[in-house]
Design a protein around this ligand. Structure first.
Ligand code: CMP
Length: 229
């Protein structure tokens, strides 16, 4: 951790779960929150640690990961939108951290203690509903990933993941959607539960079929792949 200070004014109001607070409640919460910065590669939360705080992303990019015994990594999710929050699960169920959260770019987060988060939820039912809404969204996404792992082969999982990434982040062009900074093959492998070598072969196959075009870090996902169910 490089620094620790107060949350910037107005920040928590920009976070979806705190958006409906009135001015006094938002200011009260901001007085309690602390800001922390992390370098790329720094661990923010560690799986199995006791959880004692909620983290809200101010800037940067973090990944939620599990590590196998061999050290192999599975990426459960990536968060990069200001206001994305992490660490709520341990605060709600009093169990240890369910996964490790690591900065994948220099990142700043606001930290709220367990006691302050819980008091806040109890006083503001709308905030509790927002948290539940976000948990449902994450569970739906996890369900989709479980379904893909069980029902699709690697080529299918890669196609679905590239389509989702392109629809979420790609720039629309006449030919499809372009990701200017596609994830590395190792990152994609950790997202779809396979090895980097297998991703390399599957990417070549999608390129051979004309579903994608790879040019350095740039990846074009063609309309035919975007449309496929
Ligand atoms: P917690 O278990 O306290 O610490 C790890 C955090 O990672 C967890 O809270 C969630 O905020 C987040 N997390 C765990 N699993 C997922 C998932 N499948 N999708 C998105 N976020 C997750």
């Amino acid at each position: 951790m490089a620094d620790s200070d107060r949350a910037p004014p107005g920040l928590l109001r920009s976070v979806s779960i705190f958006a409906e607070l009135d001015d006094a409640a938002a200011a009260g919460l901001e007085r309690l929150a602390r800001r922390r910065s992390y370098a790329e590669g720094e661990v923010i939360l560690s799986e199995a640690d006791r959880g004692d705080a909620l983290y809200v992303l101010v800037r940067g990019k973090v990944k939620v990961v599990l590590y196998g015994e061999s050290g192999r990594e599975v990426i459960l999710s990536i968060f990069k939108e200001p206001g994305d929050f992490l660490g709520e699960m341990s605060l709600l169920d009093d169990e240890p951290r369910s996964a490790t959260v690591m900065a994948v770019a220099p990142s700043t987060l606001v930290v709220l203690s367990r006691a302050d988060f819980r008091t806040h939820l109890a006083r503001h039912p709308k905030v509790a509903i927002q948290v539940m809404t976000e948990l449902s969204r994450r569970l739906r996404r996890a369900d989709a990933v479980i379904g893909d792992l069980a029902l699709l082969d690697v080529l299918g999982r890669l196609a679905v993941r590239l389509r989702d990434l392109a629809l979420a982040e790609g720039e629309p062009t006449a030919e499809g959607r372009v990701l200017r900074q596609r994830p590395s093959q190792a990152e994609i492998a950790a997202m779809i539960g396979t090895s980097r070598e297998t991703v390399s072969r599957a990417l070549s196959e999608l390129a051979r079929r004309g579903d994608v075009v790879l040019t350095g870090k740039r990846l074009l996902v063609r309309h035919r792949l975007l449309r496929r169910d």
